[in-house]
Design a protein around this ligand. Structure first.
Ligand code: PFF
Length: 443
């Protein structure tokens, strides 16, 4: 590669880009439906445990691999472990990115459909929100059209380059999204009858304990933080002198906050607005992937100027989805660009075409959609995370790891911190991932 590799311009830009990748449909669409499925508060507790024990350390590990190699996610393993089989971990990540995009872009397409419905006022006049969502889900051509449009939008940003495309859009969009989520959360908890929803969200009910709960929470944590597939390796390769520990903590904190805020928006309003309080939990589960698209428009209709809130929310949701889809596409594109020496343009077009083909498959078949969601979050990402923790914990030279985390000794961290970090990566994270995985599959 003769061209000089770009880096993100500022510390804020780095956090905004990484948080832009992490915060997306995973938090606002997937987290509530997974929480509903797993019975609420207990899921959230386990989820937070996963963020602390795997999420933050693994995100730091990906940053180390990324900045330590300044290469794409597969090239990074080539460079740091030449002549070994570790490159397969990077390749698995590229494949995972592809599989995630295969269904993620379809949901991104739904957000565009809802932007249009909200802007034209249609959403405001609907009474049966479930039927409205099912109309979209049962119309593969409509979904395909939106999915293609979204994929092309993502490709456009990838082509306009890392700095302009990724960093700037994240920096502007994230704070606005945050503010809107806070307003919506307040509106939701102020509805009459919302307290049952808050209890569902925050009071653990041990009867909901089931073996798959841990695997579901772990998969969601990986998915939401964009770890386990080399996305943070790719972004880390664009980092300059930033503090990895601080960045990983900040990004994970923001990401978790957005997920919990989304829960506070969805559940209290679902409990407050239902006409059958006795069956609300079953209703939530039945909402499945449509939960957000069914419950939220109902909340907007309870607010003055509902068309404006609806339009604003779905536009921001589409933008949050865009900064995540950009990061997904960047992983695969950079891999093809650097490993096969294709131009950036050709690599992007190739990836976009593949994604559109997969997206057509999952627009036409909800089985394929669900399969790709399940396999990527609950098998591929944890597997990637497992190997990444082994790689940094066991394979990489600890001096190099220490130099990366302390920026060549310029950041003071206690010696105990580094030891604890390596211990976590060597033993705790891989063993826990393995245990959760096996328990979730056979339990
Ligand atoms: N973290 C994104 C979200 O929560 O929507 C999805 C995602 C992006 C997953 C990038 C994985 C990834 F590499």
């Amino acid at each position: 590669m003769t061209e000089k590799r770009v880096t993100f311009a500022s510390k804020i830009g780095i956090v905004a880009a990484a948080a832009g990748s992490a915060v997306g449909l995973g938090n606002i669409w997937r987290f509530p439906s997974q929480t509903a499925d797993s019975g609420g508060a207990l899921f959230i507790l386990v989820y937070i445990g996963c963020i602390l024990f795997f999420g933050i350390p693994l995100m730091m590990s990906e940053f180390i691999i990324g900045r330590g190699s300044r290469a794409n996610s597969a090239g990074a393993f080539h460079k740091l472990a030449p002549g070994t089989q570790w490159k397969w971990v990077g390749r698995l990540g590229v494949l995972t990115g592809f599989v995630i995009m295969g269904f993620y872009m379809v949901v991104c397409g739904w957000t565009l459909d809802y932007v249009l419905q909200a802007l034209t006022g249609g959403l405001h006049n609907i009474t049966d929100f479930s039927a409205n969502f099912n109309n979209l889900r049962s119309n593969p051509l409509r979904q395909t059209g939106w999915m293609i449009l979204f994929t092309l939008m993502t490709a456009f940003f990838i082509l306009s380059g890392v700095k302009k495309g990724i960093e700037q859009s994240s920096k502007i969009m994230m704070p606005i999204l945050f503010l809107l989520l806070i307003i919506l959360a307040l509106r939701s908890v102020l509805l009459d009858g919302s307290s049952a929803g808050l209890a569902f969200l925050f009071r653990p009910d041990p009867t909901h304990l089931k073996p798959t709960l841990f695997l579901d929470a772990m998969g969601q944590a990986f998915f939401s933080l964009s770890i386990g597939m080399g996305c943070m390796i790719t972004y880390g390769s664009y980092f300059n002198n930033t503090n990895f520990t601080q960045t990983a903590v900040q990004v994970s904190f923001l990401d978790t906050l957005v997920a919990i805020l989304s829960g506070i928006i969805i559940f209290p309003s679902a409990f407050a607005l239902t006409s059958n309080p006795d069956t609300i939990t079953e209703e939530l589960v039945a909402g499945g992937p449509g939960l957000l698209f069914i419950t939220l428009p109902e909340l907007f209709n309870q607010m003055p100027l509902s068309a404006i809130w609806g339009s604003l929310f779905f536009c921001l949701l589409a933008l949050a989805a865009l900064t995540s889809s950009i990061s997904l596409m960047e992983v695969v594109t950079l891999y093809i660009h650097e490993e096969y020496q294709f131009t950036r343009k050709r690599s992007t077009l190739l990836v976009a075409t593949g994604v559109i083909l997969l997206g057509i498959g999952s627009s036409f078949s909800s089985d394929l959609f669900n399969l790709m969601d399940l396999v990527s979050a609950k098998v591929m990402l944890p597997l990637g995370g497992f190997f990444i923790s082994l790689f940094v914990g066991w394979y990489l030279d600890q001096k190099m790891v220490a130099a990366q985390i302390t920026n060549e000794g310029t950041i003071r961290l206690g010696i105990g911190f580094l030891k604890a970090y390596i211990f976590l990566l060597r033993y705790i994270a891989p063993l826990a991932i393995l245990a959760v995985f096996i328990y979730g599959l056979v339990g």
